[in-house]
Design a protein around this ligand. Structure first.
Ligand code: FCB
Length: 447
């Protein structure tokens, strides 16, 4: 992959999130999150596991920071567990919770790694869920308060701030289909969750700005919609899916309001209209970068029979798949980046690819090796796509591999390994995979 040369200053990173790696879920005053509750309910997580211990990163972070330093990354994207900071979602800051992120941030800075912090990666304090979670407008204001507490403490030591991780996935999996915490199945009645998250995002941007001069963004999950079918109904289905997955969380950020076909503007709840006067200006607060999480494109056609959804999601033939059955399609990333650029034009800020990666059945051999050639191919192909998008004029500033290490993959438990580093979940032994060495060498070769 000699052609993989990126401009000086390009950010090379790795990504994780709190619930997926930290463990120590009841230590130092941490409150309960919706993921603690959900994972402990029988049948929710395929292998019956929880994040109670996960990678035990809460105790082993010095070892994990050392692994990142040896890897040579310039930045590390982690998330802050809201229930460590506000155990019940409203209380004053818990000093022991803040202290953990203080230690982590300082350890990173000591090794010359830029801390990149996500404020919300799905682990809502259970006490707020009990008051309606993101279906309740009040949660947006609570989120801004929490953002303020964190920003006061970490301010300029965090080099990039990310408000939310993948509000689309949290809405649809958590509140629409009930396969993620909090496990609610409201289908399209989950729409208020989109608006309340984005309102919280805008309010948090204001809260962060008061304490930092560093760039602020949001990490959205994007999937280019690939039409599979050629009828008018197929095209309408693809448009509907694109509005739901991609535009719902992007149009309003850049001042365009919500996609009309989703009728969010006229949505009402027993508490009144969902979108209120002045909200869209808050949602559209200027951001400094757009975080793009990309894994794969989605094949869409019209539904064959009437059901609750106005589209059918279909497999994309001709692409290899990961062990998650996700198609490996680097051309989807090129398509996505150039489409964002043409759709939003000058309104589009610089982009960071805040997540990209793949899961395979990586095996640790008896002599302690873990060879993952498919992951090397995945990353090489996707970085090539980023390079091509940059050559085509898209302003991409960094790439963060999901993930530094194998971890608790939500409803899939420990059955999906995404790491550059293999983790034995019984012994907590970390073993860098072939992809780790490949990424290290790639970074070392850059200007
Ligand atoms: C993304 C999530 C991340 C991880 C990867 C595989 O949707 O943001 O936490 O689960 O998928």
């Amino acid at each position: 992959a000699a052609q993989l040369n990126f401009p000086a200053g390009f950010t090379w990173g790795v990504s994780t999130s709190a619930y997926q790696i930290e463990g120590a879920t009841s230590q130092d005053g941490r409150g309960t999150s919706i993921w603690d509750t959900f994972a402990h309910q029988p049948g929710r997580v395929v292998d019956g596991t929880t994040g109670d211990v996960a990678c035990d990163h809460y105790h082993r972070y010095p070892e994990d920071v050392a692994l990142m330093a040896d890897l040579g990354v310039s930045a590390y994207r982690f998330s802050i567990a809201w229930p460590r900071i506000q155990p019940d979602g409203t209380s004053p800051a818990n000093p022991a919770g803040l202290a953990f992120y203080d230690r982590l941030v300082d350890a990173l800075l000591d090794r010359g790694i830029d801390p990149v912090a996500t404020l919300f990666h799905w682990d809502l304090p259970q006490a707020l869920e009990d008051r309606g979670g993101w279906l309740a407008r009040d949660t947006a204001y609570r989120f801004a308060e929490y953002a303020d507490l964190v920003a006061r403490q970490l301010g300029d030591r965090v080099k990039l701030w990310i408000t939310l991780n993948e509000p689309f996935v949290h809405m649809s999996y958590g509140y629409g289909m009930g396969v993620h915490a909090p496990g609610r199945m409201h289908l399209f009645d989950a729409f208020p969750v989109a608006h309340h998250q984005l309102l919280g995002h805008g309010l948090a941007v204001d809260a962060l700005r008061a304490h930092t001069g560093n760039p602020i963004g949001i990490a959205n999950n994007y999937s280019p919609v690939w039409l599979r079918g050629d009828t008018e109904a197929d095209r309408a289905a693809a448009g509907a899916y694109d509005a739901l997955h991609n535009r719902l969380f992007t149009d309003p950020l850049f001042g365009r309001g919500y996609p009309g076909e989703l009728a969010l503007d006229s949505a009402v709840t027993p508490d009144g209209p969902v979108v209120r006067e002045g909200d869209l200006e808050i949602v559209a607060r200027p951001i400094d970068f757009l975080g793009v999480n990309y894994y794969n494109p989605t094949g869409v056609r019209a539904p064959e029979e009437d059901g609750p959804l106005p589209f059918d999601l279909v497999p994309l033939d001709g692409y290899p798949t990961t062990n998650f059955d996700w198609p490996v399609a680097p051309d989807g990333l090129l398509d996505l980046l150039t489409t964002l650029r043409t759709t939003y034009g000058e309104a589009l800020p610089p982009i960071h690819i805040t997540e990209g990666g793949c899961s395979y059945d990586d095996v640790l051999t008896a002599d302690g090796h873990c060879d993952d050639p498919e992951r090397v191919a995945y990353l090489a192909g996707h970085l090539q796509a980023v390079r091509e998008a940059m050559d085509a004029g898209v302003d991409v500033r960094g790439y963060f591999v999901w993930s530094l290490m194998d971890n608790f993959e939500w409803a899939e438990g420990f059955t999906k390994r995404f790491g550059l580093v293999h983790v034995d979940f019984d012994t907590q032994v970390r073993t860098p995979k072939t992809s780790y060495a490949w990424y290290r060498d790639l970074i070392a070769r850059q200007p």
